[in-house]
Design a protein. Structure first.
Length: 465
């Protein structure tokens, strides 16, 4: 019996090695014209959930099994989702009753046609293209050094692959202890790897606060820095972001490895199939494992085994809790894409109205009006659950556990799945400009609350949920 078990184990190991060898040999043939980036062949479909309400159950089931990726839900309840070409025949049978339509026949071809990837060609940091993590990191080091009178760059954690998680602290009197007592305004971006416009927009906000952009707003910026201290983390998922630049443009999660059925062989490899990544915006405790999540490790909305089991989310939690012990956290804002939305709590449930609903509504109206005035783009102000309910969101944690009343999420440009996550680089500057206006409108509104001794604010920005 022992001899037989050893033979089985050796055979399995040889098969695994053979499979790995074929992957290595075939990898060059799998790369596309996108600068060596492998993009699996996908189609984009849509279905009308108003006409067929039952389709939402089918969609959620399919997503939880890792068969589709829900891109967005439009204001008129049309659901857009991504399918692999290998699964078209199976999903055609499943969704034919619901009269689905193919929106984009070949997402890979769409990427090539638009030349997006949109990656910046310049060696200098600018807003004419989407820069990689190394260039963003270099720029943060440069500008924090140049403006050391009001800026500090701090490493507050590391990712699974060993990359630094960094925030830049911006305020006046930054070297004096008194500045540590100012209310904290937290802003982050890039928690979902494929949402490239999010870290680009957050970097535009950073450069505005440091005097590199929007020079006509210098006096207003000075008043904010005198009153608040900004903690801004432009990139919460550097591992996934790098992967989206070098291997798979539409990657969403981080890059922590796991096994599809959590079963490993004696030499450590997965018995069935390896799956990578956890959705970092499903890894927070409020509603963990609830709607729009999946226990399937290969799913794009896999939340992890438990809340805060990822280095990235744990680092943010520890930092913000420490800040709260010493001062007030007035704002939590997270930037995502896409859909042009300003989202307030709750996200994990639509069955309850938060006690601060009227305040959230008022703030949101101010924000979307300010955004519209800049370039005429309409953003919608709503509760996150009105888009779709999702468990384990960072903004819900900040609101319910950290006690930050003003806790929000942005979904940036565009408002449609074409181009969706592939927003042309030509729109980076305008997106940054209108969101500087939106952020400042939010801060202005919170400034009035502060006069009434309400120092609570949280802002969270996203480019696609």
């Amino acid at each position: 019996k022992q001899w037989y078990q050893r033979r089985v184990a050796i055979t399995a190991g040889m098969l695994h090695l053979l499979r790995y060898t074929w992957v290595v040999l075939l990898a060059p043939a799998l790369t596309t014209k996108l600068g060596g980036v492998y993009t699996p062949p996908y189609q984009l479909w849509k279905v009308d959930a108003n006409r067929f309400p039952r389709v939402k159950i089918v969609l959620q089931t399919s997503e939880s099994q890792g068969e589709i990726d829900i891109f967005s839900v439009s204001k008129d309840n049309v659901v857009y989702f991504m399918v692999t070409k290998d699964d078209i025949a199976m999903l055609d049978k499943r969704f034919s009753f619901f009269k689905y339509e193919v929106v984009i026949e070949d997402l890979e071809a769409s990427l090539i046609k638009q030349n997006i990837r949109g990656r910046a060609n310049s060696n200098e940091f600018d807003f004419f293209g989407y820069h990689g993590w190394d260039k963003i990191n270099e720029r943060l080091i440069e500008i924090s050094s140049n403006r050391s009178d009001i800026a500090q760059l701090v490493t507050f954690g590391k990712t699974f692959e060993g990359r630094d998680l960094k925030y830049i602290r911006i305020t006046t009197n930054i070297s004096e202890d008194v500045s540590l007592n100012k209310p904290v305004l937290w802003i982050d971006g890039g928690i979902h790897a494929r949402e490239w416009i999010a870290p680009a927009t957050v970097m535009y906000i950073v450069e505005t606060l440091l005097g590199y952009q929007e020079l006509n707003l210098t006096s207003k910026v000075k008043s904010y820095l005198d009153e608040f201290q900004f903690f801004i983390a432009p990139m919460l998922n550097p591992d996934g972001y790098l992967y989206s630049h070098t291997r798979f443009r539409l990657w969403r999660k981080n890059r922590i490895p796991g096994c599809s059925k959590n079963i490993k062989m004696w030499f450590g490899n997965c018995y069935y199939k390896a799956c990578y990544g956890v959705d970092l915006n499903r890894n927070w405790p409020e509603g963990f494992g609830g709607p729009s999540t999946s226990s399937h490790r290969c799913s794009l909305v896999y939340p992890g085994e438990k809340a805060f089991d990822q280095a990235e989310t744990m680092a943010v939690k520890n930092l913000l809790q420490e800040l709260k012990e010493n001062t007030t956290v007035g704002l939590y804002l997270s930037y995502h894409s896409y859909s042009q939305l300003f989202l307030a709590p709750y996200g994990y449930t639509g069955d309850e109205i938060p006690p601060d609903y009227e305040h959230h509504k008022k703030v949101g109206n101010e924000v979307v009006e300010a955004i519209y005035r800049r370039h005429g783009k309409n953003y919608t102000n709503q509760r996150a659950s009105e888009l779709y309910s999702a468990g384990g969101l960072s903004a819900d944690w900040a609101y319910l556990s950290l006690g930050v009343i003003d806790s929000y999420t942005f979904e940036l440009r565009p408002n449609s799945p074409d181009p969706g996550f592939l927003l042309p680089a030509e729109q980076i500057i305008e997106t940054g400009q209108e969101n500087v206006d939106g952020l400042f409108a939010l801060i202005d509104n919170l400034h009035h609350n502060q006069k009434r001794k309400k120092y609570r604010l949280r802002l969270c920005v996203d480019t696609t949920a």
